[in-house]
Each structure stands twice: as C-alpha cells, then as structure tokens.
Design a protein around this ligand. Structure first.
Ligand SMILES: Nc1ncnc2c1ncn2[C@@H]1O[C@H](COP(=O)(O)OP(=O)(O)OP(=O)(O)O)[C@@H](O)[C@H]1O
Ligand SMILES: Nc1ncnc2c1ncn2[C@@H]1O[C@H](COP(=O)(O)OP(=O)(O)OP(=O)(O)O)[C@@H](O)[C@H]1O
Ligand SMILES: [Mg+2]
Ligand SMILES: [Mg+2]
Lengths: 260, 260
C-alpha cells in the first residue's frame, strides 16, 4: 500500500506545487518508487509544470469525487515520460467541486475511498493542495498518512503553518484519524535577506522544534525556468542547486517516513 | 459614492495583500482619500500587516455576509492610526462562509448589498481577495467597479491572469455587470532574473497590451520586514524603493480610474 503525503498550506505561493512536483520526480527517478502526483488544485499547475512529460489525456478528478458510485482515482491518471511517475491532469472543475462536496454525507472521506484501488498500485502518492483549508484540502488531509508544510521566509507564511496544524488537530479528534506532521520545509530562502531568514527560522524552530526539516530550499531561478519549459528541474538543470536541494529533501522525507 | 476595487488572482503569493495594504495606505496618507480595506481572505493578513496601527475590535465580516437581514459592512469596521484608513478585522470564519454562501439566492450580490451604506462613507474601498475564484472572490468582483490583478514574474502566475479575466467575462455576461479591468500589476520582480522577467513581461504585454500598468514593483525585503513589524511600508521605511514604487502605482491607479 502506498504512503500518502499531502503537501499543504493555506498561504499562497509558498512552493506547494514546486515542492510536490520536485519531490515526486525525485522519488520516481532517483529512488525507483512508483509515484503518483494527485493535483487537488483547480489551477492545474502540476500538469502545467510537467506538460512536456505528460502522455495521454486522463479523466477529470472532479467527476470521480462527485460520482455517486465507487469511482476510483485510477480512472483519471495519466503517465509521464519520467519512469515510475504518473499524475492526475489539470481539472478546472475542481473549483466548483469545493462547494458541491459540502452537502455530501461523510464529505471528508470521499478521496480516501476513491484511492482504495489506486493505493495498491503505487509506493508513494503526493497530493498537491490548493491554498486554502476547504473541502478539497480536507479530503487530502483525511486520505493522507502525513502532511508536509512548505513555508517561505515571511511572517505571513508562518501564520499559515499554525492554521494547518490546528486543522489537523481537529481532524484527528473528530474523525478519529492519526495524521502525522511529516515536517515543515523552508522554501524560497533568499541569501540576501539574512535578517528575515534568521528571524523566521528561529521562530519556526522555537515553535515546532524538530518538525522543521534539516534541508531547506534556496531561491533559484532554475525552478521558474523549468516550469516555463514544462519539464522537471532534474531534466531542465540537473546540476542546479535547486535540483540537489530537492533530492536531499526527498531523502530526508523518506527517512522521516521510515522512522515514524 | 466610493470607487470599489477588487485585488484578485487565483494564484497564491503574487502580492495581493501586500498590494492592497500598500495602495490603501498610500491613498489615505498621501492623497487624503477616505479609504476602507476590506479583507475577504480567511487568512486575515490585512489585519496582521497593519496590526500596530489597528484601533479597536470590530465585528465579523462573515456574520454580516451570512445574516438574513440587511446588515451592513459598517458594523465590522475598525479604524487605524493612519489618518483616513479603516479596515475590516481578520475573520477566520470566512473559510466556512465560502460553502455556506453557495445555497443562498443571489449569492453573488450579498457583499454589494452589504456595502450600500458603507460606500457613502468612503472615497475608495479596496478588497483583498483570497487565492481562489470561489464565492467570496465572486462577491468581491460583483461589488467592485474594477479589478487589479497582481502577477509575479512566473509562468504559473501568468495562467492566473487568464483565469480571472475569463471569470470576469462570465460575470459581465450572466449578471449584467460592466466590471472593468483596472490593470495587471507586475510584482516581486527580482533584478537578477532578467531572462524570466523579460519573457513574462513580453508575454503579458503581447496578450494584454496597455492593461499592464507602466509602474512595476521590484523584490524588496523592506516589505516582509514591515509585515513583521505590523506597520505599513511608509511607516517602516518611507524612503525604500518599495514605498516609492507603491506610491507611483497608487497615482497610476487613480489616473486610470479617473480616465475610464
Ligand atoms: N525555491 C524557489 N526559488 C525560486 N522560485 C521559486 C521557488 N519555489 C517556488 N518558486 C516560484 O514561486 C512561485 C510559487 O511557487 P508555487 O506555485 O510552487 O507555490 P504554491 O504554494 O503551489 O502556490 P499556490 O498557493 O498558488 O498553489 C512560482 O512561481 C515558483 O516558480
Ligand atoms: N515586492 C515584494 N518584494 C519582496 N517580497 C514581497 C513583495 N511582495 C510581496 N512579497 C512577499 O511575498 C509574499 C506573498 O505576498 P502576499 O502575501 O502579499 O501575496 P498574496 O497574493 O496576498 O498571497 P495569498 O495568495 O496567500 O493571499 C509575502 O510573504 C510578502 O512579504
Ligand atoms: Mg500550487
Ligand atoms: Mg493575501
């Protein structure tokens, strides 16, 4: 059965998609793990970031989540030219799905149930979440074994970390789950802003201790360029700092998941 | 009657809140305009960015939007120590309001109607939107006279511009509105990434022409530092490039609104 990890923060632009895509590609390519990246964000940026690799059409995740019968996510998946990596395609209709899920019985368990067969086909499933704590993120958290929280070095992003952890506590209590925090990943660290970086890192380590991953991600324009080109960072610029940093994060993630 | 401007993009982290707060403070402080900043985002980052200036408690915007009687936004407003500037306080309950609005008759007009008295008290009302195109953003767009779309120099943010413009076209057609695009503001431009910046600016000017504002905002750590301190950029570092750039954007915004 697959290990399912949700990558989530209510704060926008902290690097959720960049992290999900870079970790997924690393697990598939450098560790031979059968990996699925599931895009729960109506923006569809997983597909956009990897568009040169995507093969075929796939189905809409929104119809699987809204279907009354026991549809499975397997019906929406497309493969990529990156060995061992599959994704769910972009689906703009996820935007309306947010409100349509609200009235369903057991609305939080819909994705978990739709992954029943899918999880037997993969070693890892990474879920890219939208920048909110609505029903789609709730579904991702309930389906997941652990959550990775990206945070960029800004006061506004720090408050996003607290919000998601509060939401997870409510899920664990009310829905009888045992959802772990995999960790907090510091992203978009700009070497020029030492005072802000140190202040943010200090505050995070004070509040969350070892939950803050040892490896961090610096600002690196190769990531935006790779997104422009529609290929993963390991194809676009395999020797870039970002490629090496994300490979280290993938290793730390696997170690943390094995350890727990 | 106030001029109402929504600051919106589905893309997270492009500088919606930083822009709304910096423009609102400039209109109030340098142009003597009675200005209200309305925070439609459950993150409540308008309040967080200006917390040293805020005076008093205020009420929840979510209860005004969900109330069956004709409640008015005036009931939630707090003043600040910045002359001519009021804001609506942070309201975490806006997150649930998103789905709760879905079932109301004429759900898109709720904010417009709740601003009936408020708009007679101000010259400008700026609405900070959450990073999605759900019911709260929809309400902001329907209540607004024009929309300002921040976009950072990244391929993923460009696709966010197209999405909001598509949504506006649907609003104008179905809800018989005449919502203008005030313009597209390039934000977080990092002088070191010339190739990405030029590629993004070329693509935006090709697709949207004069809609792209002449003035742009560079990467400037003073903005994050001012958010740490809970004061506006004009109080934290009045001579910074960011302070001067946002003052120019405020002037261009006023000129564009007068001209249209
Ligand atoms: N380490 C980095 N260095 C430079 N740019 C980065 C880095 N990580 C992400 N970015 C850029 O920052 C922007 C935000 O990243 P991304 O879209 O992955 O964040 P997100 O949290 O998924 O955003 P959203 O909230 O919209 O889903 C993107 O344009 C991306 O190219
Ligand atoms: N010009 C700039 N220079 C440097 N940092 C900036 C600039 N503009 C914004 N930022 C920083 O980028 C981050 C994102 O900005 P902001 O929160 O205003 O974006 P947003 O679009 O409102 O995000 P969200 O989608 O979460 O609402 C913040 O941490 C802010 O401090
Ligand atoms: Mg994303
Ligand atoms: Mg914001």
């Amino acid at each position: 059965n697959a290990t399912i990890i949700a990558i989530s923060s209510q704060k926008g632009g902290v690097g959720k998609t960049t992290t999900t895509v870079s970790l997924g590609a690393a697990l598939a390519r450098f560790h031979g793990r059968a990996t699925l990246i599931l895009d729960m964000d109506a923006q569809g940026h997983v597909h956009e970031s990897l568009r040169e690799h995507v093969v075929g059409q796939g189905g809409r995740l929104s119809s699987i989540l809204l279907s009354s019968s026991s549809a499975d996510v397997l019906d929406s998946i497309v493969s990529t030219t990156i060995a061992n990596l599959h994704i769910t395609p972009a689906d703009r209709h996820l935007s309306e799905t947010e409100s349509l899920l609200a009235t369903k019985i057991g609305k939080e368990f819909i994705l978990r149930d739709a992954l029943k067969y899918t999880r037997t086909h993969y070693d890892f499933i990474l879920i890219d979440c939208p920048p909110n704590l609505g029903n789609l993120t709730l579904n991702a958290l309930v389906a997941a074994d652990a959550v990775l929280i990206p945070c960029d070095p800004s006061p506004l992003a720090i408050s996003g970390v607290g919000e998601i952890i509060r939401t997870m506590a409510t899920i664990n209590e009310r829905l009888n789950r045992d959802l772990d925090i995999l960790g907090i990943l510091l992203t978009r660290i700009d070497g020029r802003n030492r005072t802000v970086n140190e202040a943010v890192e200090r505050e995070l380590r004070r509040d969350y201790g070892d939950l803050v991953l040892d490896n961090t991600i610096g600002v690196n324009t190769g990531l935006a360029k790779s997104q422009f080109s529609g290929t993963s960072i390991y194809d676009y610029d395999p020797e870039s700092r970002a490629a090496l940093q994300y490979r280290k994060v993938a290793q730390e993630m696997m170690a943390r998941m094995m350890g727990s």
